[in-house]
Design a protein around this ligand. Structure first.
Ligand code: PEP
Ligand code: MG
Length: 896
């Protein structure tokens, strides 16, 4: 194997081997741009070093050879006493990890070569400044000396000499500083700063290898989901100097503004400076316009190079450059990171400029970026101080008065107040409060806790698991980590995109993108004309890319919606139907009591009375939603939640009975009820009597729903509309369950058809959300006209962990240990759960070639999962209305 590659050997496509920096230095070299000569030690060498603890065999010889080549090319020897070659040693991994790993500049300077450098450069100050930088960087990164020691010594020296900044220090000051730095090294590391240039080089290379595994690099990789085993490449580059006086300097530049996407170059320049000075913010930087005044020739050349790079990479590039006595050198380039708004805007511009086509533009933006643009945001210019931070569960910026229970939230909302519902955790009883609130804040729970899932579904801003807040619903207050009390009625602001919580009201700016997606015009704002123009350009780019995604995608996008209002919103946002209408939300509030009567009825008459009461209510529910989605499929799921949600609370009831007994006036009715509730009580309700099991055990319940659907459809047909309900049976594990419900449903629909004299026929199908259903899909498809994968339950039952509990308990440890990189409730576990889905899809189609296949779990709106569903050729994904545009975009990207 070859471990070392000259810059003249590689190309930008070799990032795996050469790292991003090395690959791009090679690319610029082959483009004929002014890159200082050098070579790259491969990531493979690093991996071997990290695995074995020593350099791979042959590496030293290859470095010798390439160093000799560099020396002869430059006509200087590394660390030579009279005219030294100096090199920089820079890390550069496959994925950029800004500031995470180490760099050592000016390698090759020693007590003797510093004099040589001074003589050749004709500048003593420069030579000693370079030497003190080497000792400082080498001390920190190679010898592990705390950087503070050097910084303090530098500060003290500036103070002693009255220097305002480090450029004001003279050669003598710097010479003394070097002595001081060497003393620090000796004291802090028990070794002398090495005077052998080659030893400096080897140790710097090793330190860069090792910097792959520093704590901060690991944390960064975890956050960015960069694999831990890639290793970094090391670039050894001939030094060019930006600290050779006022006609030298160093800078960073972007070919477009990465924050706004504004066309035109953008950058910072610092005269008489080296390396990290620009980003470190040591002195105030100048703009590129200033550089034009200072050094027109270099400026013009730089602009020309930037244009070359943009054309070549066909994208926004960022670069690092140095000017050494009027000669421009390129030290780095890469395709630059950018904000969500800039990503869309630049993609649109590049299409207009003919650099990329519409397909490629689609690859340049992501659903996650679109989601960011769809939420209102806190005004970035506003003053604000965060009091705590939790998990960002559902994005958006919400401001309102704190309410600690649903009733208060509803009451205040009715009075026209904005409310933030604050709870330790939420449960289904909080639903009304959540609907009435602008945002939801909980001190417990994870990203798939009840609060998080429901809030995402409703598009409410939500922050969960803010453990630093002590919520005391009784005292009607919560306390912040520094002891401040926030009482009910006080105003707070929460940012569902970052998880931050602020005291008081932070100003919010609405999303122009959402307006436009709904077909409205971007609202004019108080901002400047420039800002409005920029915003409109972003909006136009989003719409244009959405159109292209729609042209491209094969997957249909439907929405999960339970009300007419949600259905209309989903349709406006481009949903082609409803993939999941969860009917349990229709049985809350007052209706819950009726369901309780049905379940606990002691006689068929009692039961039928309850069912008769529910039927017109359900008919109205279905009429509304079918009408809102007229002409499009509406998949209505028969009742799913566990039994206990419809029973009186067992603890409360027990207390009531016990109190009655103890006070000598026993309540016979309560006691009988308690006995019944105890009989039905379950230890694991989610694995108990829910879904189809409830439908089979409680006579008439599912039939009532089917009848209501059929009656709603018949009445809409009579009005000349085109209702398209699909009847879906939840939690089926065996074909026999489905057959029983299907037979009932078909008979019921036929009855209503006969009664109303209409021609009614609706597809009957099933959720596939249990492993057994996947493994028997062949049989189940005999009785199902469609499958809809319920990946929430399927994930829960495949892994065997509860979707309601685990994200706050052991998930953090699992994520930490890399057992999974992201919660499988958030992004589909393709290897396990996904495998079950593909088996079921495949077998279902074998039985019934026209079987319709969709997904309605949370994963239906998740970008990575959508790419998986495209790969196994499902027919549609269904997600919450607000995710519909994101799903459309990702489905388009997945189809490319
Ligand atoms: C599912 O299980 O994936 C699903 C969509 O149903 P629910 O979330 O209502 O259980
Ligand atoms: Mg389910």
């Amino acid at each position: 194997v070859q471990y070392v590659f000259d810059f003249t050997e590689g190309s930008k496509d070799q990032r795996d081997l050469l790292g991003g920096k090395g690959a791009n230095l090679a690319e610029m070299t082959s483009l004929g741009l002014p890159v200082p000569p050098g070579f790259t030690i491969s990531t493979e060498a690093c991996r071997t070093y990290l695995a074995t603890g020593r350099e791979p065999d042959g590496l030293a010889a290859e470095v010798d050879w390439h160093l000799a080549g560099l020396e002869s090319g430059m006509g200087k020897r590394l660390g030579d006493a009279t005219d030294p070659l100096l090199v920089s040693v820079r890390s550069g991994a496959r994925f950029s990890m800004p500031g995470m790993m180490d760099t050592v500049l000016n390698v090759g300077l020693t007590d003797t070569s510093v004099e040589g450098l001074a003589a050749v450069a004709g500048d003593e100050r420069f030579a000693w400044d370079s030497y003190r930088r080497l000792i400082q960087m080498f001390g920190k990164t190679v010898l592990g000396v705390d950087g503070e020691h050097f910084d303090k010594a530098l500060e003290a020296r500036k103070k002693d000499t009255g220097a305002e900044s480090d450029v004001d220090l003279g050669a003598d000051d710097l010479r003394e500083l070097v002595a001081e730095f060497k003393e620090i090294v000796r004291r802090e590391s028990d070794t002398d700063f090495p005077q052998d240039p080659r030893e400096q080089l080897d140790r710097a290379v090793r330190a860069v290898f090792e910097s792959w595994n520093t704590e901060r690099a690991r944390i960064y990789r975890r956050q960015e989901r960069i694999p831990d085993d890639l290793g970094t490449a090391v670039n050894v580059v001939a030094m060019v100097f930006g600290n050779l006086g006022p006609d030298s300097g160093t800078g960073v530049a972007f070919t477009r503004d990465p924050a706004t996407g504004e066309q035109g170059v953008y950058g910072d320049y610092l005269p008489n400076a080296q390396g990290e000075d620009v980003v470190a913010g040591i002195r105030n930087t100048l703009s590129l316009a200033d550089l034009e005044r200072l050094d027109k020739a270099s400026y013009d050349q730089l602009l020309g190079i930037m244009e070359t790079l943009e054309k070549h990479y066909r994208d926004l590039c960022d670069i690092e450059f140095t000017i050494e006595r009027g000669k421009l050198w390129m030290l780095q380039t890469r395709v630059g990171k950018r904000t969500a708004a800039a990503a869309f805007r630049i993609a649109g511009q590049l299409v207009d400029e003919g650099l990329i086509d519409a397909d490629e533009a689609l690859t340049r933006v992501t659903g996650a970026q679109l989601a960011q643009l769809m939420f209102p945001q806190f005004d970035p210019a506003a003053d604000r101080t965060a009091i705590a931070r939790g998990m960002a569960a559902s994005p958006g910026a919400a401001v309102g008065r704190v309410a600690f229970d649903s009733a208060t939230a509803v009451e205040w909302a009715q009075q026209g107040d904005d409310v933030i519902l604050v709870r330790r955790e939420t449960n289904p009883d909080d639903l009304r409060g959540m609907v009435a609130s602008r945002g939801v804040l909980t001190s417990r729970g994870g990203k798939t806790s009840h609060a998080a899932v429901v809030a995402r579904g409703m598009g409410r801003t939500c922050v969960v698991g803010v453990e630093a807040l002590r919520v005391d619903p009784r005292a009607r207050e919560f306390t912040t980590p520094d002891g401040a009390r926030v009482a009910e009625g006080d105003v707070i602001s929460i940012d569902g995109g970052t998880g931050e919580v602020f005291l008081g009201s932070v100003p919010v700016v609405p999303s122009a993108v959402v307006d436009a997606l709904y077909g409205g015009a971007a609202a004019p704002s108080a901002s400047s004309a420039d800002e409005d123009g920029a915003r409109q350009e972003v909006v136009a780019a989003v719409l244009r890319l959405m159109r292209h995604a729609d042209d491209r995608r094969r997957l249909e996008v439907r929405a999960n919606a339970d009300t007419g209002e949600d259905a209309r919103r989903a349709r406006d946002l481009g949903a082609a139907g409803i993939g999941l209408c969860r009917t349990e939300h229709m049985f809350l509030g007052a209706r819950r009591k009726i369901v309780e009567h049905v379940i606990l009825a002691r006689t068929p008459e009692q039961r039928d009375a309850g069912l008769d009461e529910l039927r017109p209510l359900q008919r109205a529910d279905f009429t509304e939603i079918l009408e809102a989605m007229d002409g499009h499929p509406v998949t209505i799921r028969l009742l799913d939640p566990p039994l206990h949600e419809f029973l009186p609370d067992i603890t409360e009831l027990s207390v009531r009975v016990a109190v009655a007994d103890a006070t000598g006036s026993p309540d016979a009715e309560a006691a009988a009820l308690l006995a019944q509730v105890q009989r039905l009580h379950e230890q694991n309700p989610m694995l108990g009597m829910r879904g189809v099991r409830l439908g089979l055990v409680v006579p008439g319940l599912f039939q009532l729903q089917v009848r209501a659907i059929a009656e709603a459809a018949a009445s809409l047909l009579a009005r000349g509309l085109d209702p398209r309900p699909q009847i879906m049976v939840p939690l089926v594990a065996a074909v026999q369950e489905l057959e029983a419900i299907r037979d009932m449903a078909e008979a019921t629909v036929a009855e209503v058809a006969a009664e109303t004299g209409t021609d009614l026929r609706f597809p009957v199908g099933t959720m596939i959300e249990l492993p057994r259903a996947c493994m028997t899909a062949h049989e189940i498809a005999e009785a199902a006209e469609f499958f809809s994968f319920g990946t929430n339950d399927l994930t829960q039952t495949t892994w065997g962990f509860s979707r309601d509990d685990v994200e706050a308990t052991f998930f953090p440890a699992y994520l930490e240990r890399g057992i999974f990189g992201v919660s499988p409730f958030e992004s589909l576990d393709a290897d396990g759960v996904g495998r079950l889905v593909s088996i079921a899809a495949w077998e279902g189609k074998e039985t019934r070639p026209d079987l319709e296949l969709g997904v309605c779990g949370e994963h239906g709106g998740d970008p990575d999962s959508i790419h998986f569903f495209e790969s196994i050729k499902l027919d549609y994904v269904s997600c919450s209305p607000f995710r519909v545009p994101v799903a459309r975009l990702e489905a388009g990207r997945a189809a490319l």
